[in-house]
Design a protein around this ligand. Structure first.
Ligand code: ADP
Ligand code: MG
Length: 460
C-alpha cells in the first residue's frame, strides 16, 4: 500500500470508532507524510490538532495502522502547512508561532493548584473585572487584604452561579499568600470540609489523636476561606464542628471568608447560632454584570489568550449571554477553538453559527443514562466499564468526568453519583468532581473536551 491508501484504510477504521463530528474536526486534512523503520509520520494542519491527536486519538490511530501493517511501531505527528485549509488565510500563524502558543498552553497546564493552600494561582485581583455588579464585594475583598482579621470578619460573599465568587475569594487568598509567606492560608469548599471531618470522625472513634489533629489543623490557620457554604445546610455534626472552629479563629483575630449562592438567612437547615455568626461581619452580594461590563470581561479574557476579534463580535456575545460569566468565557473559548481550527479571521456570520447552540437552543433535557452513554461513547469505552467498580487506568478519567457532569448538569447528590458510577461512596464522588473542576481551570484541553461532550449531550 502507498501512504495514501494506507491512511485511507486506517481512517476507514478510525471513523467507525469515534463520532462523526470528532472525526471531521480532527482527522480531515491529515495525511501520512512518511513511514520509515516502523515509524509513521502523520502530517496535521496545526498544533492544536496535533495535541488532540496525540492526547486523545493516538491509541486508535496506532491500533488501526498496526492492524493494516504489522510493522508499524510508532506514530508521530508533524505540523505541515500543506495540510492547512485551502481557503485564503489571513493572519496565519507560522509553525513557530503556533508551537509557541501550544507551549504556552502547556506551561499553563502545569500551573497547578497549590497543594498547601488549595489556591489556584489563576484567580487574582489583576484579572478580576470590576463593574457595578460586583463593586461592593470587590471593595470588601480588598479591604480585607489590608486589614486581615480586623475589619470585615467574616466576609460573606453571595451570588448566583458563575458570577465570580470563587475567583474573588481565591484572589484574596493569593494576594495574602504573595504578600506574606508566614501566614497560614487555607481554601476549601464546604463539602470538602464536611467530608474531611466525617472521615476523621470515623477514624477518630478509634484514635482520639486524629480528631485532635484535625482540630489543630483547622484552628491554627490565619486566613480560612470556605467556598459554597450553602452545602453546610442539613449537616449537623459538621456545623457543630465548624462552629467551634469558627469561634476559635474569630476570637483569635484570624480572618474568615465565606461564599454562598444565597444569603445566610436563605440557607436551609443552618443552625441559628452559625447563621448569626455568618451575618456578624460584612455581607456583600454579586449581582449580574451589565452589557458594558460583559464586553469588558470578554475583552479581558480574549486579551489574556492573545485572541482578537471585532467589537461587533464581542457585543454580539455580550448581548446574548447575560447571567453568567462562566458562560461568557465558554462562548469565547468556543470561538477560539473555531478560529484555531480554521485559521481565518472571524466574521460575525460564522460567530453566530458557531454560538448558535449556546445561545439559541433550549437545553435538551439530559439524564443519568444520557450522560453515561455520551461519556462512554466519547472515550470509546463501554457503558459497563464506565459504571463498574474497577481500577482500570483508562476508565479513571472518563469516570471522573461522568461524575462531574452528573453534579454540574443534573445537580445530583454525591451519594447518588457514588453509587451510580463506580459503586463508591460519596467521598469518591466529591473527590472526582473537585478534581475535574480544578483541572478544567488550568487545562484548556480538558476544558475543550468537556465542552464537546456537553455539546453532544445537549445537541443531538
Ligand atoms: P462562582 O464561584 O460564582 O460560581 P467563578 O468564580 O467560578 O463563579 O467564576 C466563573 C468563571 O468566570 C471563572 O473562570 C472566573 O475567572 C470568571 N469570572 C467571574 N467573574 C469574573 C470577573 N469579574 N472578572 C473576570 N473573570 C470573572
Ligand atoms: Mg464557585
Amino acid at each position: 500500500m502507498d501512504f495514501n491508501e494506507l491512511w485511507k484504510a486506517a481512517l476507514g477504521e478510525i471513523e467507525l470508532q469515534i463520532s462523526k463530528a470528532n472525526f471531521k474536526t480532527w482527522l480531515q486534512n491529515t495525511t501520512i507524510a512518511d513511514k520509515k523503520g516502523g515509524v509513521v509520520t502523520i502530517a496535521v494542519p496545526n498544533g492544536f490538532t496535533k495535541e488532540w491527536l496525540q492526547n486523545k486519538y493516538h491509541k486508535f490511530i496506532l491500533r488501526s495502522l498496526r492492524n493494516l501493517e504489522s510493522d508499524v511501531k510508532e506514530v508521530i505527528y508533524q505540523i505541515s502547512s500543506q495540510n492547512q485549509n485551502k481557503e485564503p488565510v489571513k493572519d496565519k500563524k507560522s509553525d513557530k508561532e503556533e508551537s509557541l502558543t501550544i507551549k504556552k498552553q502547556l506551561d499553563f497546564v502545569e500551573l497547578n493548584v497549590d497543594v498547601i493552600t488549595n489556591l489556584n494561582p489563576r484567580y487574582t485581583f489583576d484579572n478580576f473585572v470590576v463593574g457595578s455588579f460586583n463593586e461592593l464585594a470587590h471593595a470588601a475583598a480588598l479591604a480585607v487584604t489590608q486589614n486581615l482579621g480586623r475589619k470585615y470578619n467574616p466576609l460573606f460573599i453571595y451570588g448566583g452561579t458563575g458570577l465570580g465568587k470563587t475567583h474573588l475569594i481565591q484572589a484574596i487568598g493569593n494576594f495574602v499568600k504573595n504578600e506574606s509567606t508566614n501566614k497560614k492560608i487555607k481554601y476549601i469548599t464546604s463539602e470538602r470540609f464536611a467530608s474531611d471531618f466525617i472521615n476523621t470522625v470515623r477514624s477518630g472513634s478509634l484514635k482520639q489523636s486524629e480528631m485532635d489533629d484535625f482540630k489543630r489543623r483547622w484552628r491554627e490557620i490565619d486566613l480560612l476561606i470556605i467556598d459554597d457554604v450553602q452545602f453546610f445546610g442539613g449537616k449537623e455534626k459538621t456545623q457543630e464542628e465548624f462552629f467551634h472552629t469558627f469561634n476559635i479563629l474569630h476570637n483569635a483575630g484570624k480572618q474568615i471568608i465565606l461564599s454562598s449562592d444565597r444569603p445566610p438567612k436563605s440557607i436551609q437547615n443552618l443552625e441559628e447560632r452559625l447563621r448569626s455568626r455568618f451575618e456578624g461581619g460584612m455581607i456583600a452580594d454579586i449581582t449580574y454584570p451589565d452589557l458594558e461590563t460583559r464586553i469588558a470581561i470578554l475583552k479581558t479574557k480574549a486579551g489574556e489568550r492573545s485572541f482578537q476579534a471585532s467589537d461587533e463580535i464581542f457585543e454580539y456575545i455580550a448581548q446574548n449571554i447575560k447571567k453568567n460569566v462562566r458562560e461568557l468565557e465558554g462562548a469565547l473559548n468556543r470561538l477560539i477553538i473555531h478560529y484555531r481550527l480554521n485559521q481565518k479571521e472571524l466574521i460575525i456570520g460564522e460567530v453566530k453559527k458557531s454560538l448558535n447552540s449556546i445561545i439559541n437552543t433550549p437545553k435538551k433535557a439530559t439524564n443519568l443514562k444520557s450522560i453515561i452513554k455520551t461519556v462512554a461513547e466519547f472515550y470509546d469505552i463501554s457503558e459497563k466499564e464506565l459504571i463498574e467498580r474497577s481500577r482500570k487506568k483508562e476508565v479513571v478519567k472518563p469516570r471522573q468526568i461522568a461524575m462531574y457532569l452528573l453534579r454540574e448538569e443534573l445537580k445530583s447528590s454525591f451519594p447518588f453519583i457514588g453509587t451510580k458510577i463506580g459503586g463508591r461512596d460519596h467521598t469518591t464522588a466529591i473527590h472526582a468532581c473537585e478534581k475535574i473542576k480544578n483541572k478544567i481551570e488550568s487545562d484548556s484541553n480538558l476544558n475543550d473536551e468537556i465542552n464537546l461532550i456537553k455539546e453532544k449531550l445537549y445537541l443531538i
